[in-house]
Design a protein around this ligand. Structure first.
Ligand code: G6P
Length: 614
């Protein structure tokens, strides 16, 4: 939610900032803005409603000189998306500019106090409060900018990553974070700021991931200094970040989402590399080796996550219960954090998050930690907040995911959960050797099978054209494929804005069947597994009500082919691995329907990739 970029150095700042905003546009894209300290010594702020490209048009005839600047792409929380509410915001004297990602929870109280002192607000944002507060403290107490920021942040409650420029000090940027991500890039005589590494990696791989309540003092010709609110120096690690530009560019695909769908075979190879040894019949997850005493015999496991990651968690529950015989609950992190869960130190929490920044998931982790649980993270974004908040974990290693609708992260999460369940099951002796061996060997074949499946892209594109008329879709699946149905429906609604519901197939009779008619297509995952016959009965019930059926079936299935209107075949695999294959055609179906409807697939309306606010 909201992307932050900053630059201080010897280059022209504006091109660095705009390029950085484009890389961060997945975080928010309703308005954008930039503040520059220009060569003439002015503080220039340009902002506009719309995307970064709109900002570029807007500034095309303006002074964008200067080697220091900050920039922002917004996902509106307080105040509608327009140029007034866009960031940067300026303090009442006109001297300070701020950009902010997060939410200031006590902004209403602070705003009232500042208004009573005669300060006028221009926007409806919570952010404007911070910049006026800093200015007010600085003037009243005659402090420097850093001390004013430190005092102001002691008053502010909420989440923030901020960066502040001072017109009268062109050699400094002050940045701070609490519960929203912020990275400082360190180059030769230059510094970069980003909500993640993607706007920085082109220039330097040396980065400092700020921790909560860190304040970064960036000054020309000086070393980076990190201090806390009381001005105590904080040691900071400079990490070498391993990310290449190709990973964050489209590579010839029309959309990031399509690129990411097609990357999945390679992503899963990366995810399994060094972890699965088929010849040795072995799975090695260092998190398990290092934490046997917590992980081998927990009282139960609770999986917390949001969105697509929650769907991966539902599959994880089935895998872990099936292979390990440990009871597993799957909770929405947003509900869990406000419940009063009965947790103790014999419980393990698995927190799943692609971005590693989801505010609700982080809060759920903190709650469970306080109650003594052991926390295992499954994340994609390296160095993000959740891996740092957990006791241990496994990265999914699928590379940066930029399309807002999650695809490769989902299959990566399911792959890690599969390896985790297999490794724990083996250690606990709750999975037979034959089954363990068979599943490891089948899992290692999934990338090749995915490649075969992806070759059906054109057929799926043809199928998708038939269905652009629909206003509602139903997705059905059972067992391991029930979460696949939920995820398929989520993909469609996220990017095509067609209403879609996922249901366990047998539940159809308890409500959704009332909706079924010739206007409502039904997608059914009907692979040949133990519940196959029952799903066939469901298809017959749907056809009796004249709805069109798109069926995802096992290779060579003639029975369903005779019943369904459109059929997509999956290569054979173990039942527990079917979600890894079945989710691919559903991702493609959603993608092609959305493209056929002319929707903005990578940046669907109202959504954001990284939900750093509640
Ligand atoms: C947002 C994204 C989803 C994602 C969810 C959870 O809603 O648009 O794609 O599944 O957040 O995010 P996380 O990063 O925690 O997996």
């Amino acid at each position: 939610m909201c992307g932050i970029v900053g630059y201080l150095g010897k280059r022209a700042a504006y091109p660095v900032l705009v390029k950085g905003l484009k890389r961060l546009e997945y975080r928010g894209y309703d308005s954008a803005g930039v503040a520059l300290l220009t060569e003439s010594g002015d503080l220039k702020v340009y902002k506009t409603k719309g995307k970064v490209a709109d900002l570029e048009n807007y500034v095309s005839d303006k002074d964008v000189s200067g080697c220091v600047g900050i920039a922002h792409t917004r996902w509106a929380t307080h105040g509608e998306p327009n140029s007034t509410n866009a960031h940067p915001h300026i303090s009442y004297s006109g001297n300070l500019a701020i950009i902010h990602n997060g939410i200031i929870e006590n902004y209403a109280v602070l705003k009232k106090q500042l208004q009573e002192k005669g300060i006028e607000f221009k926007s409806n944002t919570d952010t404007e409060v911070i910049v006026h507060l800093i200015e007010y403290i600085r003037t009243k107490k005659n402090l420097d900018l850093l001390s004013s920021v430190q005092l102001a942040l002691r008053t502010v409650i909420g989440a923030y990553a901020i960066a502040i420029l001072d017109k009268n000090d062109p050699d400094q940027i002050i940045a701070a974070r609490k519960s929203s991500p912020l990275v400082v890039g360190i180059g030769e005589d230059e510094f970069f700021l980003g909500s993640d590494a993607s706007p920085i990696i082109e220039y330097t791989d040396k980065m400092v991931y700020l921790d909560d309540k860190d304040i970064a003092v960036i000054r020309r010709n000086e070393e980076l200094e990190v201090v806390d609110f009381k001005n105590t120096k904080i040691d900071h690690d400079v990490q070498k970040v391993d990310l290449n530009l190709a990973q964050i560019e489209k590579g010839g695909f029309p959309h990031f989402m399509l690129k990411e769908i097609f990357e999945q075979p390679d992503c899963l190879l990366d995810c399994m590399r060094g972890r699965i040894n088929v010849e040795g019949n072995n799975i090695t997850l260092s998190a398990i080796i290092d934490n046997r005493k917590h992980l081998i015999n927990p009282r139960r496991i609770i999986i917390v996550a949001c969105g697509t990651s929650w769907h991966a968690g539902l599959i994880g529950k089935q895998l872990i219960e099936d292979f390990c015989q440990i009871p597993v609950e799957v909770e929405y992190a947003s509900e869990f954090r406000y419940s009063n869960p009965v947790i103790n130190n014999q419980d393990v929490i698995i927190a799943i998050s692609q971005s590693g920044e989801t505010a609700d998931t982080l809060a759920a982790i903190e709650l469970a930690k306080k109650k003594g649980a052991f926390i295992y993270g499954i994340c994609n974004a390296i160095g993000s907040s959740i891996p740092r908040a957990t006791h241990t974990g496994s990265y999914i290693h699928v590379g940066p995911e930029i399309g807002v609708a999650s695809t490769k992260a989902f299959t990566g999460q399911v792959t890690v959960l599969t390896m985790l369940a297999l490794a724990l099951g083996k250690e606990r002796g709750t999975i037979s050797n034959d089954r363990y061996t068979k599943i490891i060997s089948e899992l290692s074949l999934i990338p090749e099978k995915m490649k075969e499946l992806l070759k059906q892209g054109e057929e799926i594109k043809d199928i998708s054209r038939i269905f652009t008329y629909a206003h509602n879709f139903l997705y059905l699946g059972r067992g391991y494929n029930y979460p696949v149905a939920l995820e398929g429906a989520l993909k469609l609604k996220e990017i095509s804005y067609i209403h879609a519901e996922g249901y366990p197939a047998a539940e159809m009779k308890h409500g959704p069947i009332a909706l079924i008619d010739e206007e409502m297509p039904v997608v059914v995952v009907a692979t040949k597994n133990v519940l196959y016959e029952k799903v066939i009965s469901n298809i017959q019930e749907i056809k009796a009500r004249q709805a069109r059926v798109i069926a995802i079936v096992s290779e060579g299935d003639d029975t369903v082919r005779k019943l369904a209107d459109s059929v997509i075949e999956l290569p054979q695999t173990e039942e527990c691995l079917e979600p890894l294959l079945a989710s691919i055609p559903l991702q493609m179906l959603a993608y092609y329907i959305a493209v056929a409807k002319g929707k903005d697939v990578d940046q669907p309306r109202n959504l954001a990739k990284s939900v750093t606010v509640e």
